[in-house]
Design a protein. Structure first.
Length: 281
């Protein structure tokens, strides 16, 4: 690793510094939440969280644990800044998105603190590129307050089951209706598109079902336009946890295994469609 052994220049103290042998591990996760231009980054001793929001209705979080990095140092309790995710991804893939076999882009990132740019040092094949990305003051983020005690229903599926569902359901529908129940149909996905209604059921003893914890029957609708960005994370994932609370807020947590077998998580929170009344369900 070219950068991990390099100390900061004399007199420089970084609030955040980290290094990765393979920048693609970071860029693939960030692409999974790249549905808006700007993201808020929060670094703590446990790792890096990158949050993207849209219209106060959907929030995506990419979690990169400290153990994923070869070096990860945070000098304060937490370090937070807002950054252009588009620019960050462009920089991370400055050597291209697909390296030659046996090669990878090494990364060292440094942030001195409030008002300073995020600095990226990228090296591949002996060529080093330095990028400086302006940071902004972070905006207040939505708090979906999805603690375990407020979860009403939770299932864990193998991701291939959900990928097949998104391929089969009618995406001309404006909403995706999700039913979770301790009784039949257990877990049902429904759409209402140009070709009519379509339903896809998963029995609780399905081979794709890894865990099933449903306490009460819930049927909620979510705008497909809000859920579509999450399919980027779904494509990378091996498992997905689907949770709802009493108000019908939805949590989709995707478990993603990178090329080195390390586990990361991408989580989407989505508000239910408020235009749908109980009488319509």
């Amino acid at each position: 690793m070219p950068f991990s052994a390099q100390p900061p220049a004399s007199g420089e103290r970084y609030a955040l510094s980290a290094s990765l042998d393979n920048a693609r591990h970071l860029s693939s996760l960030l692409r999974a939440v790249h549905f808006q231009d700007y993201a808020t980054c929060l670094a703590t001793a446990s790792g890096l969280r990158v949050t993207v929001e849209d219209a106060k209705c959907i929030q995506a979080n990419a979690f990169i644990q400290a153990e994923i990095f070869q070096e990860f140092s945070v000098q304060e309790e937490s370090v937070m800044f807002r950054i252009s995710l588009s620019v960050l991804l462009d920089c991370l893939t400055i050597f291209g998105t697909s390296s030659l076999p046996g090669t990878s882009t090494a990364l060292r990132l440094c942030y001195r603190g409030y008002g300073y740019p995020l600095m990226l040092f990228l090296e591949e094949g002996g060529v080093v590129t330095v990028c400086k990305i302006n940071t902004q003051e972070p905006e207040e983020l939505l708090d979906f307050d999805f603690c375990s005690t407020k979860v009403v229903n939770k299932i864990i599926l193998q991701s291939e089951g959900l990928r097949e569902a998104f391929a089969e359901l009618d995406m001309t529908s404006e909403v995706l209706q999700i039913t979770m129940s301790p009784d039949k149909p257990y877990f049902r996905l429904s759409t209402f598109g140009n070709a009519g209604s379509a339903h896809l059921d998963y029995p609780r003893d399905s081979d794709l079902m890894e865990a099933f914890h449903c306490n009460q029957t819930q049927t909620n609708r979510y705008k497909i336009s809000l859920l579509k960005p999450s399919t980027k994370a779904l494509a990378l994932s091996c498992k997905v946890s689907i949770r709802t609370d009493a108000q019908g807020f939805l949590s989709l947590q995707y478990m993603i295994r990178n090329e080195d077998g390390q586990i990361c998580f991408v989580e989407y929170y989505c508000c239910p469609d408020e235009n749908i009344t109980e009488a319509e369900l």
